[in-house]
Structure formats: structure tokens, C-alpha cells
Design a protein around this ligand. Structure first.
Ligand SMILES: [Zn+2]
Length: 349
């Protein structure tokens, strides 16, 4: 494939070197940390923080990504806390920073800045942490699934209808990825994939953006298993999911979010058995309770993630919804004594 004629960034070699030596640590949930700040509408708009150059008639409370522009110091502090808790890789706060997802808040205009600034803030936090302890750290540009699905109709009476097309997604993801690259992201993390067609649009957009940039960033691809039968929302098993994204030669493939670590384990095992890429897993802190909160503490989640490492299933681990810096610290300590998973037939090509 032509995309692989684009030379990789220097980061890729450093990441692969680190991943051969140990299990790498990803950060935890940004949403949980933001929630704990108890910000009101004024805070989301930046009153008392940094004013935002973009205007919208829609309320912005809940638009967590917007805090990159309106409360950058808070977001930088959260990244820094995760880094000091042991994260080698932190995710930008850009899960919903596409025109498609920002349409809910009429904030489409802000998308480039959200991504570029989101990457810069994370980089700043990593550089501060590295200045203290000398450990290298990387910024993963987070690319979420959007709130629309390309392969399933949202209308039960019209199964042929689609709320979004592959090309809509490709364009929106392209804009996001260019912003993340402009802000200095080291990797692109396509995450919480419930619809593989959405992810394929994001992968395609990556290659287009890398071709323009003249360098190929490492790509992490993370699906989510949304039901106990072990399939994504678009109906794929982990094996089918791998074969759908393998052409991207990702730095990691894996699973995040959804059912918590114990329920994730069999699906992770299946993926680990078939994938000739590094494996990344970052589960939620268990299942949400009736209030949508996550009850697992660090001492509940860490031993479950340790089990992944003991069984040799993982190369990168972290946390998704409900996981705090304390969860990440406990996970990092729990997996430190295990060797990273060996690839079935790995080549550096
Ligand atoms: Zn999650």
C-alpha cells in the first residue's frame, strides 16, 4: 500500500523500543476528572478562565472538549496528574472534537483549534512531567467514534437510511487529525469503535493526512465490545474486527470502555491470539451503577488488569470511564513485574 511509502516519525522507533522492554501505561478517564471539578455553564464558557473566541447559542455545559480552550490550565493539570501517576502515553481531550460531534453544541468552527490546542496542552503537561523525572512520554491524539454510525440505520422503519456517510466521516476525521498533527500529537488513537466503518473512515483520513504531512504517525486502534455475546455494535467478533483494520498496520490494536476488565478478558484473549500488532487494553472501572457512576476503586480494577499481564495478553494498559490517577498508579504498579506480550509473528516492517 502506498501509504507505507511515507516515512514514519522518529517517535515510532522510540515507542517500539520502549514497548519491547515493558508494558506501557496509558492514562485514565478525562471525563471523570472533569466531572470532579463541578464546573457550571459559566466555567464551560470560560468566565473566570480563558474566554473562547467562538460563539454559540447552545448551552456548553457538558462539552468537555471545549475546556481545552476555556479552562486550559485545568485540562493541563489533569494530563500532568495522569503522567505523574505513571502514564507513558496520555490522550488529548479531543474525543468529540469533530464537526459531526460538535454540531450538538453548534461549535463546529472551533474544531481545528480544539485539536491543535488539545495536543499542545497535553504536550506541555508531558514536558513538565518529563522535566521532573526524565521519563519519556507521548501524546496520543484521541479520535472518538462520533455520535453517528455509518453502517446501521438509526430509524427502525427505514433500514437503508444512514445518518452519516463514509465521506462525511472521512472529511470530519481528516480535519481533526490535521489539527492534532499541527499541535504536535505523537500518535493517533482511534478509540471506542462501535462501528468498524466509522473507524475505517478515520484510518483512511489518517493516511491522507500523513501523506500531506510527509510523515506517518503510529496509529492505535481500539474497539469496544458492547454486549456480552462479544461483538461490537456493528456485529463483529474481535477476530473479524482485527481483519477489518489490519491493513492499517497499527502500532496497537485493542479494546476499551464497555463492560469492565473481567468481562473484557476473553475478548482480549481472542484478539491477542490473532493480531500481529501490539495489544492495548483500557477498560472502565467496572459497569456503571444506576447513577451512571463507576464504583470500582483502584484496588478493584488493578488486579483485573494485572491478570491481563499475567496471561501475557497486553503491551499497553490504562483505564477508561471511571478511572482516576489513583487507578492508573495502581495499574502501573501491578503490571510492572510482567513481561510485555510477545507478538505471534511480528516484524518491524
Ligand atoms: Zn469508557
Amino acid at each position: 500500500m502506498r501509504a507505507f511509502n511515507i516515512p514514519p516519525t522518529d517517535t515510532e522507533a522510540a515507542l517500539k523500543r520502549a514497548a519491547r522492554e515493558r508494558i506501557l501505561i496509558l492514562d485514565g478517564a478525562m471525563g471523570t476528572q472533569i466531572q470532579s471539578l463541578g464546573l457550571d455553564e459559566d466555567a464551560f464558557l470560560g468566565h473566570g478562565g480563558h474566554s473562547c473566541a467562538y460563539h454559540s447559542d447552545h448551552p456548553q455545559k457538558g462539552n468537555n472538549d471545549l475546556l481545552i480552550l476555556t479552562q486550559p490550565d485545568e485540562i493541563e493539570r489533569i494530563h500532568y496528574d495522569f503522567a505523574m501517576a505513571g502514564a507513558d502515553i496520555v490522550e488529548t481531550n479531543t474525543f468529540s472534537s469533530t464537526t459531526i460531534a460538535q454540531a450538538d453544541y453548534a461549535m463546529e468552527e472551533a474544531v481545528h483549534d480544539l485539536n491543535a490546542q488539545g495536543a499542545r496542552i497535553a504536550r506541555r503537561a508531558m514536558d513538565r512531567a518529563t522535566a521532573e523525572d526524565g521519563k519519556p512520554r507521548w501524546v496520543a491524539g484521541a479520535v472518538g467514534p462520533t455520535n453517528r454510525t455509518a453502517s446501521i440505520s438509526p430509524d427502525v422503519n427505514d433500514p437503508g437510511y444512514r445518518a452519516v456517510t463514509f465521506d462525511d466521516l472521512r472529511r470530519a476525521y481528516g480535519q481533526q487529525i490535521r489539527g492534532l498533527i499541527a499541535g504536535g500529537a505523537d500518535l493517533i488513537l482511534i478509540e471506542t469503535i462501535f462501528d468498524t466503518l466509522n473507524a475505517k473512515a478515520a484510518i483512511f483520513a489518517c493516511f491522507e493526512a500523513f501523506a500531506e504531512h510527509g510523515k506517518r504517525l503510529p496509529v492505535m486502534i481500539s474497539g469496544t465490545i458492547t454486549d456480552a455475546s462479544g461483538r461490537t455494535l456493528s456485529g463483529q467478533t474481535p477476530t473479524a474486527f482485527w481483519h477489518s483494520v489490519r491493513h492499517a498496520r497499527p502500532f496497537t490494536v485493542g479494546l476499551n470502555c464497555a463492560l469492565g476488565a473481567n468481562a473484557m478478558r476473553p475478548h482480549l484473549k481472542e484478539l491477542s491470539d490473532v493480531a500481529d500488532a501490539l495489544i492495548c487494553a483500557y477498560p472502565n472501572a467496572g459497569l456503571p451503577n444506576a447513577f451512571g457512576e463507576y464504583d470500582e476503586g483502584p484496588d478493584d480494577t488493578a488486579p483485573q488488569v494485572e491478570q491481563f499481564a499475567r496471561e501475557g495478553l497486553v503491551n499497553v494498559v490504562g483505564g477508561c470511564c471511571g478511572t482516576t490517577p489513583d487507578h492508573i498508579r495502581a495499574i502501573a504498579e501491578a503490571v510492572a513485574k510482567y513481561e510485555p506480550r510477545k507478538l505471534p509473528s511480528y516484524t518491524d516492517a
